[in-house]
Design a protein around this ligand. Sequence first.
Ligand SMILES: [Fe+2]
Ligand SMILES: [Fe+2]
Ligand SMILES: [Fe+2]
Length: 476
Amino acid sequence: MNPTSYSPYRNLPPLAGISTFAEAMQPGLSVEVCVARLKRHHWAFKRLHGLFIRRLTAEPIYELKMAYSLHAHYCAEHAATWRKRVGEMREPPLGLDVVPNEPLDIYFDELLAAPTTEALLLGVYGHALPALAEALRLHQSETNRLVDHPSFRLCRFALLEVDEMIDYGRRAVESLIPPELRLSLDPWTTNLTQLLDQAGGLGGNRPAAPGPVVRLTSDEPLVFDPVPRRDERFPDPYNMGVHAEVFLYDESFPPAPKTLMMFYKRLREIDVPEMMASIIAETPGKPWEYSVDMTRQLWDEARHAMMGEVGFLHAGLDWRTLVRVNFTWSLALNTQLTPLERHAVLYFIEQGLMPKTGKRFEWEVGLASGDDFSALIQDYDWADEVLHARIGRDWYVKQIGNAREAVEYGDRCWTKVLIDWESYLRDGKTRHENWWPELYRTWCRDRGLTPDPRIEAYATSYQTARADLQEIGSSA
Ligand SMILES: [Fe+2]
Ligand SMILES: [Fe+2]
Ligand SMILES: [Fe+2]
């Protein structure tokens, strides 16, 4: 029979609509070749995840911190997907944590050790991710869509987010890297191209180029920098001059101005990704699911910070001039505690958020304020904690052994952290300026309201009130 004379029943689309008969008769890729390529895609996502995590704490630019948080989340999820797919086709050991190709691994070492933010942006978004997209597209076009449909489909989903990351990076490069700087980074990006040629392309689909493999920036393994950095819109990062929680829980104050304190609390959550990145970066040897869960939570915390940013914008307030967002929590935890102790503190604080006085209360304040946007973000800020509690139970409590000891250990770790209001003042790091009255007055003025003198005079800092409200006077 001539295949062209064959057609499905009453001309229905053939083969469940995934390909033509002609396409389905193509040789495609053997399982062995397919698995080898998937392992490289997996390696790329895994290394990119590690890179975003290891660079976000010390990256000063807030927008990039947020983007790295999202892109780390994407990469963790896609790496998990490829691990699962390889496991569907091969018996263990799957060899997923074995370097699939030396020059390819050095390529990612070089990216991780990029000498500047600009080099990192060019390398990751202008080089690695486009190479990954090309490898995924090649897999889609070369594999037999019928026999390897599960991989084809995963490539399709991965490309949605790889393309989104590339688009973000293109715009970031346009904004941050003038042509002359780009030119000066040419030797570095040229070496990246060379390394990828020596790897036979990211997917390993072409012959490997000969020649010695050169490390320009990664001779020494990168030491994770746990010290958070911020850009110039955070000029007073030790400021602990406005105690948000005391105001929020004071029943004599009305709900509407409390939304401003909640926007501040959300925006201050920038320090949670900064801190969680340090736990992930400094806790080796965990199953990949640990990275997936912890990075999802990290991204949620980044989202909460951006919800605060949008909250201020929605209220017509410029947080850059009216608010002082500090980093004292992430700085103290990252530099004073071990990774497990940091996780313990995070768990302890988040446990304190679940009862009536925590996230539910903030949502109720949002509802009562009449500001629908405040209610909306508090609704999700609360909902996200349900997942975070599960992640804490799975990865922290299980390691400690039992729930009570897990909370007590968190309490002890949190108690020993030194966030020292007095010494920041004494050392001239901040004057703990009370930024509240000006924020409140601006908010009233924009709404044609007369400021309430009692609210305007609010001047409780974290100097004395911290001890009583220790568990809520913090991020998360
Ligand atoms: Fe939050
Ligand atoms: Fe959380
Ligand atoms: Fe949080």
